[in-house]
Design a protein around this ligand. Structure first.
Ligand SMILES: *[C@@H]1O[C@H](CO)[C@@H](O)[C@H](O)[C@H]1NC(C)=O
Ligand SMILES: *[C@@H]1O[C@H](CO)[C@@H](O)[C@H](O)[C@H]1NC(C)=O
Length: 457
């Protein structure tokens, strides 16, 4: 009985803190189904005839923004995806069309699946979430799997957006991936220094419980395994758009703070099947130190109430705000680490929620002009309950709003006084931790040593 009351209180509280999506996010594009710009009409007809393009199987998932290009990925979960890496033009003139066709990037040929005898490494097979850095480069992780079949190894592509050329292609070595086959890269975040573009890194979450660090200068990748990269076994059940799913998804969302004077940043991260958020300094990630040496450099920041799992994450460099997709709530949340670096009701809020238009917020990004972009796509119905997916309904949407408008009058707007704003406040009154036992495992509880339960339970 007490539990039921508590549940009602929590639910009631969530509802009262929520605004309708239209108050904060503006819908800029929407589609019933996706279409593409093919090289010509004959190619399009041939692709339909051969099954290379099955319109209903094309679902948008990831987005990124650079100048007048809005990049949109279409994963090859099913057969018939015409092109996995695409963009639409944001430029004036064409912005009359609210359901534009996707333009394959860098071209259609590179996005076609190889037929037998063709090299898979010349193609972009399957992309999810993207990252664009301050040096006008697009970073893409390609899983290499199409319609459940392995076509090639996972590859990291880097494009020069000014020339649309591939300037780096890195094949992820087999020994960096989980031996049980559970490695999957749901996205990545690039970390580049405007003053020295060669000094760049990409951090790639492995949903199976890892973090890959790619060093652009050395063209090398290393894998980090930390206990914080796993899912919470009690947070694996989702109910999205009427579909119940059990997802054992570990490491998923990554976001970077602004660069500090010492050149490093804070990487925020979270597992999809979890309500917890964590952080680590990029200095730790870029060093060669082992996890054993740096275990305590990874920080637990707190957690949201049960049911508020979040996957995709993005950060605003101007305000320091962390945004995340509350996939199980049809909502977008924010966290204000400049107010306090502990995730709680005092530092986080739901900024948009709508069961219809935000059903499965699949990706979000803050662009370089501090606009928040959100893509929603009803993915669980599309993948797992296709009979309840109506191709005549508006299913895919892209929203945009200035970050300042999104966080206005929420805890994500206010900042602490006195600070220079360049660095989150250090963790206050942190209890001195007991000496860590000299063993690698702690099987006895979910809370970390020194973890104080907050009023955000
Ligand atoms: C896609 O995968 C399904 C399920 O394995 C299979 O039945 C189908 O033939 C595949 N389609 C193509 C075009 O490979
Ligand atoms: C890490 O190791 C590489 C290769 O062994 C070395 O060149 C580099 O200087 C090391 N980096 C750091 C930060 O120690």
């Amino acid at each position: 009985m007490a539990r039921i009351t508590l549940a009602i209180l929590i639910l009631g509280c969530c509802t009262c803190a929520v605004w309708s999506v239209n108050d904060r996010l503006r819908e800029v594009y929407s589609w019933r189904q996706l279409d593409f710009t093919f090289p010509d009409q004959m190619t399009r007809q041939a692709a339909i005839a051969s099954g290379e393009y099955v319109q209903a199987n094309n679902l948008p998932l990831g987005l990124e923004v650079w100048r007048d290009k809005l990049f949109i990925t279409v994963p090859r979960w099913k057969a018939g995806v015409a092109s996995t890496l695409n963009y639409v033009s944001l430029g004036s003139g064409s912005n009359q069309n609210r359901s534009p066709r996707l333009v394959p990037y860098p071209n259609y040929a590179m996005n076609r699946l190889p037929s037998s005898g063709q090299r898979s490494t010349d193609r972009i097979i399957n992309t999810y979430r993207l990252s664009i850095d301050v040096c006008d480069r697009l970073w893409v992780i390609d899983m290499g799997i199409a319609n459940g079949t392995k076509v090639g190894q996972p590859q990291l592509y880097v494009f020069d957006l000014n020339t649309d050329r591939v300037i780096r292609q890195y094949v992820v070595a087999e020994n960096l991936m989980r031996a049980d086959g559970n490695t999957w890269f749901p996205g990545l975040v690039a970390d580049a220094d405007r003053k020295s573009c060669d000094r760049a890194y990409a951090y790639l979450p492995d949903i199976g419980g890892g973090l890959m660090v790619y060093d652009y200068r050395r063209n090398s990748m290393r894998r980090i395994d930390h206990h914080y990269f796993y899912f919470d076994p009690l947070a694996t059940v989702f109910n999205i758009g009427g579909v119940r799913i059990e997802w054992p998804d570990g490491m998923f969302g990554v976001g970077l703070s602004e660069r500090r004077r010492d050149g490093y940043r804070t990487l925020y991260f979270q597992a999809m099947s979890s309500t917890r958020m964590f952080s680590v300094d990029t200095r730790v990630l870029q060093s060669n130190a082992t996890v054993r040496e740096t275990f305590d450099e990874y920080h637990h920041l707190g957690h949201r109430p049960a049911g508020m799992q979040a996957g995709p994450m993005t950060t605003d460099q101007a305000t320091g705000t962390v945004f995340y997709a509350l996939v199980n709530q049809d909502a977008v949340g924010c966290f204000n680490p400049r107010r306090h670096d502990r995730l709680s009701a005092d530092t986080s809020a739901v900024v948009a929620q709508d069961p219809e238009t935000l059903e499965f917020p699949a990706d979000l990004k803050v662009d370089f002009d501090s606009n928040l972009w959100v893509l929603s796509d009803r993915m669980p119905r599309h993948r797992f309950q296709v009979l309840n997916f109506d191709t005549d309904d508006v299913n895919y949407r892209v929203f945009r709003a200035p970050v300042a408008d999104v966080i206005r009058d929420t805890v994500c707007e206010s900042q602490p006084t006195g600070g220079d704003g360049s660095r989150p406040p250090s963790r206050p009154d942190q209890p001195s931790r007991p000496q860590r036992p000299n063993v690698a495992t702690n099987s006895m509880g979910w809370n970390t040593p020194g973890d104080k339960r907050s009023d955000f339970d």
